[in-house]
Design a protein around this ligand. Structure first.
Ligand code: NAP
Length: 507
């Protein structure tokens, strides 16, 4: 039976109170990794649908990403709930148990997964399969799971080839497209716009996404990074002149100052995260585009400084293409996939972004930032460096019986932890274990005093204990060494430590 919504509550608040998780797709991708970090830093409850990798399970893929963030930020983070799935399958490939979990726990979905391949053999292949078919599956699954709030990551380039100002409110204006990626994302956004089973639908259209504005990080090497990689690969082999400058003779068929809509991934994620968290901003479309466009000249100048090279000439569109030098041939061949984007880029209106996220300034891409991208690419061997496998002294999700037993002892012996308000005939407590091997669970004590443990934190407002995984692991060892503990015995010695390690919140 559906609960009645109090007049003072919006549909979203009502949904979130009962089902506190936002379901994310594409959490292992470039944008998704930042979204995960940005939401989890704010303690938002996130569940993520992930495919298992060749070597790592879905859980371990996400754990590796979380550990990279923790290393970078120097602090422990909560873990998302990881659901093993694939958006190309009905029900997003989730097990029956996981589908029931989503039905019970998730108020909304942020659909961000896609395939960024430009051309496909047919509509039965990528990028259609995932971008259009996967989005259709997401919409159907959301309906089945009664998820009423949709956030969808599209692309600015659903506008196709356009030389006018593109409005956030427009989609289908009879445009033509450069490739199947644009076509498939356009069709997918149309499906989203036609879906009528949502209370809110919010669409994010980023321009071309580059690396992290501060660290240069990327996990994909297409677009701008492809050009940088080609430069980095080809330049060292070029002869040097008397001044030690590598000669890179090439005539580029552009004037070099054409505006390019490039945006750093950290900004894209921070804006999406802010807009998802701002209810008044929902039900709109957002052009996540830069305030100041970049130019090819800026990139070439930064590359020439970085690699001590010279010889690139901007000769304009009408000049016959000169690919006489070996360098020019290799460069133009390698970058042919982006040829269509060389000469024109639309102007995007971004009124909605300015209105609802105008305080989040898009960092301009300057020479120093471009050099950070190159440096990161080199250190990362242009994507060939393996990500470190995740480590944990305890994988808590594999030790749920032990976890239940230990927390049972903790609850029974912590008089200062006030668990009132968590139910009349049962006690329900969230356990948010931050850091390596951590996770989120709800521990329930029934009227017979028996404890059970299930995945996910309880509804907002219920008591939740938060603890870092390393501290919980050592407490578990100590408690287990004490054996069957009773109040007033050696347990007292531990009580203080536990109280110091655990934070109780109802957020
Ligand atoms: N990058 C850009 O320049 C750009 C610009 C505008 C818009 N966008 C949009 O932004 C979103 C994120 O792009 P991105 O750059 O982060 O892409 P990305 O790095 O290539 O990541 C794609 C993500 O989608 C997931 N995915 C693909 N197929 C899947 C499937 N069948 N089931 C489950 N997950 C699947 C991938 O999972 P695996 O790790 O398992 O492969 C990965 O997590 C996309 O919607 C894209 O269209 C990107």
């Amino acid at each position: 039976m559906k609960s009645k919504i109090p007049q003072t509550q919006s549909l979203l608040t009502h949904a979130k109170l009962r089902r506190p998780y936002l379901l994310l797709t594409g959490g292992t991708g470039l944008v998704g990794q930042y979204l995960l970090k940005d939401f989890l830093v704010q303690n938002q409850r996130i569940a993520v649908i992930v495919r298992p990798g060749k070597k790592l399970s879905a859980v371990k893929r996400i754990e590796a990403i979380m550990q990279r963030w923790e290393h970078h930020l120097g602090r422990c983070l909560p873990r998302p709930v990881v659901l093993c799935g694939n958006i190309n399958q009905a029900g997003l490939g989730l097990s029956d148990v996981d589908q029931r979990w989503v039905l019970e726990y998730c108020y909304g979905i942020l659909h961000n997964a896609a395939v960024l391949q430009f051309e496909g053999q047919s509509k039965l292949h990528e990028p259609w399969f995932t971008n259009l078919g996967g989005t259709e599956n997401v919409l159907n699954a959301a309906k089945d799971w009664d998820i009423r709030h949709l956030h969808y990551v599209s692309t600015s380039y659903v506008c196709g080839k356009s030389d006018r100002v593109v409005q956030e409110s427009e989609l289908d204006v009879g445009q033509s497209f450069r490739n199947d990626y644009e076509r498939s994302k356009f069709q997918a956004e149309k499906l989203v716009s036609q879906a009528d089973h949502f209370d809110s639908k919010t669409i994010y259209r980023p321009a071309v996404i580059v690396g992290d504005s501060e660290t240069g990080f990327t996990s994909t090497y297409h677009g701008m990074f492809l050009y940088l990689r080609i430069f980095a690969t080809l330049v060292p082999a070029q002869q040097t002149d008397l001044n030690g400058i590598h000669q890179t003779p090439i005539q580029m068929p552009i004037n070099g100052d054409e505006p390019r809509n490039l945006v750093p991934v950290d900004w894209v994620s921070s804006v999406i995260c802010h807009l998802v968290s701002t209810e008044a901003a929902h039900n709109r479309t957002y052009h996540l585009v830069p305030d100041e466009c970049s130019t090819a000249r800026q990139f070439i100048d930064a590359c020439c400084e970085y690699f001590h090279s010279g010889g690139v000439e901007f000769v304009g569109e009408d000049h016959p293409l000169d690919a006489k030098s070996k360098f020019a041939q290799l460069f133009l061949d390698s970058a042919r996939v982006y040829e269509e984007y060389l000469t024109s880029d639309p102007i995007f209106d971004k009124s909605n972004v300015e209105k609802f996220a105008g305080h989040l300034h898009c960092p301009p891409i300057d020479a120093a930032m471009i050099k950070r991208f190159i440096k990161f690419g080199e250190e990362n061997r242009w994507g060939k460096k393996r990500m470190a496998a995740p480590e944990a002294s305890v994988w808590f999700d594999q030790q749920l019986d032990r976890l239940s037993a230990i927390t049972t002892s903790i609850f029974a012996n912590l008089p200062n932890v006030d668990l009132t308000g968590s139910g009349e005939d049962r006690v329900e407590v969230g356990l948010n274990v931050l850091g390596q091997g951590g996770g989120q669970w709800t521990l329930t004590q029934n009227e017979r005093g028996e404890f059970s443990c299930r995945v996910g934190l309880p509804a907002v407002g219920q008591p939740t204990l938060q603890i870092e995984s390393s501290r919980l692991a050592s407490l578990m060892d100590e408690i287990e060494q004490l054996g069957q503990v009773t109040a007033g015995q050696p347990w007292d010695l531990l009580t203080e430590k536990i109280e110091a390690a655990i934070t109780l919140s109802r957020a």
